[in-house]
Design a protein around this ligand. Sequence first.
Ligand SMILES: [Zn+2]
Ligand SMILES: [Zn+2]
Length: 267
Amino acid sequence: MLWDTHMHSHFSTDSQADIHEMIQASKEARLDGICFTDHLDLDYAPFSDDFLLDIPAYLNEMQAVQREFSNEFPICIGIEIGLQPHLEKTLPEIIKANPFDFVIGSSHLVHRQDPYYPEYYIGKTEDEAYREYFESILENLAVFNCFDIYGHIDYIVRYGPNKNQLYTYEKFSDILDEILRTLIEKGKGIEINTAGFKYGLGHPNPTEAVLKRYRELGGEIITIGADAHKPQHVAYEFFRVPEILKTAGFKYYTVFHQRKPVFHKLD
Ligand SMILES: [Zn+2]
Ligand SMILES: [Zn+2]
């Protein structure tokens, strides 16, 4: 059985999910445990209000549900931080000051633009737009260490003009390899984010080929998350996950507790 260690609640600006409903859905999905990872995106320029997180209130409420379910269902408390190079001082301070189990570092913006919106693609080919996204990941990796895994590495293919129709690992293997090698050198992991199936891509983010390449290059830390923002998306398409990971060469997946990886056998 699996843990879903990437999910959101009403503490995220883009979710209204009730925490107890998320837990109920997780139990119904027969998960072994979960980790909430609500959004903190500082300086989220395209919106009038930032994707901010009231961290004291978040920790308070999550610790209360942890106690409530302590005998029946394991719940970890994580965070998904939006990385941008100019936040290199602010984000580590926030992470250091709070007792998170797990920190996902994600790219939601590219050079202060949001690839969710069509404006980002104006004046560039789709390949250039995707490459710029991957370059911005490298720029983040050059300055950040305060995370455990990099979130949904090829997330941008959810939103490009042709989505993932023309996207392959091979086309971007030079820069994807550089990202994966850098993560491995830093002792950081990646995730299999099954929201790609929800977006109709037919693949997780990143794709099977990228997961396999991470393992080939020596990477061992792989977490599993559906990135649910609603109860019905908890553990989305998780029945596919063990086979995908085993085919990619993994024997274990990872759950973080107090920022330490714990390895669970895939069976
Ligand atoms: Zn994200
Ligand atoms: Zn997320």
